[in-house]
Design a protein around this ligand. Sequence first.
Ligand code: NDP
Length: 337
Amino acid sequence: NRRIVLNARPVGGAKETDFRLETQAVPQAGQGQLLVHNHFLSVDPYMRGMMSDRKSYVEPIALGAPMAGLTVGQVVESRHDGFSSGDWVVTNGHWQDYSLVDDAQTWKLAAGLERKSLALGVLGMPGLTAWAGLRLIGKPQAGETLVVAAATGPVGSMVGQLARKMGLRAVGVAGGPEKCRIAVERLGFDACLDHRAPDFEAQLSAAVPDGIDIYFENVGGRVLRAVVPLLNQRARIPLCGTIVTYDDPDRPNDTLPDHTDIIMSRLQQQRVLVQGFLVGDYFHQWGEFLQEVGPWVEAGEISFIEDIVAGLENAPSALIDVINGRNFGKKIVSLRD
Ligand code: NDP
């Protein structure tokens, strides 16, 4: 049973030596437990937070303990009445070939789901994050304008496509011209702007002639600062994440000066609603989400981009890549040969 453990707490950006590959005996399921053979590991930005020893909404991983995260796999041994050997499940497991889990964090995959990895992306946690944040906090109205960054990632791409379905103008922000081209051509964004372009702020302003009604916040930094002056009265900001702070909360990875007071003042003047949220707050609405979005994905009306890398040993670099924008779509590690 190969596994990736936390070798050292990162200082600033995470690096490959902060992880270690180990091999252990495959465990046996105890009463009430399942032994799951993992086929796919999800790689998500929040995992960078778990590597640090700071107070956060996710428990820090102990040094020497395996990296934790959602996995898709097959039950190979069940000592739980609700599951049988052969069942496909998504579970809150670890970066390892086999996970021992109980029923509290394990869900069966829908019987007809052929492409199992979708349960980690468009039909999984990031999809629900986008759906809940947009629908329940953003409260979109046809004719409004939405902006979302990390537009080709699993959260941003779902936000943009749902917004288009609801009759909004959807403007994406992404890192580089290729991601922006795909955002428009494949994901249907009305426009997409490169946040590294020297005149990004002017481009964004030109792309939202009627101002911004919903800013789905994934990144913070330069994008946030460009958006704030363009917010309309009573705009909504579903505050999903601020990836610029993940490597080091005290020193965001863009080096712009701190404009918090100016931002807060503008939010107050425009009566903007800012609501931070965690996807876990909406797990009870999984069914509702899948009922609405599942048929669209099946019919090809909602597209998804997967960035799958093979081999457990490549999981550390996959996470480092996600934090630095070197992924193109939902990052997944495949453990199948
Ligand atoms: P992605 O797969 O989109 O990966 C993160 C992306 O962030 C990178 O690919 C990069 O895209 C972008 N990025 C990195 N640095 C910067 C920067 N300085 N400025 C602008 N963009 C940057 O991630 P997800 O779709 O999985 O997650 C998106 C956000 O949603 C994250 O903040 C994540 O933490 C959050 N999240 C929150 C949840 C919650 O419960 N609140 C649940 C799930 C996700 P590019 O190259 O296009 O810039």
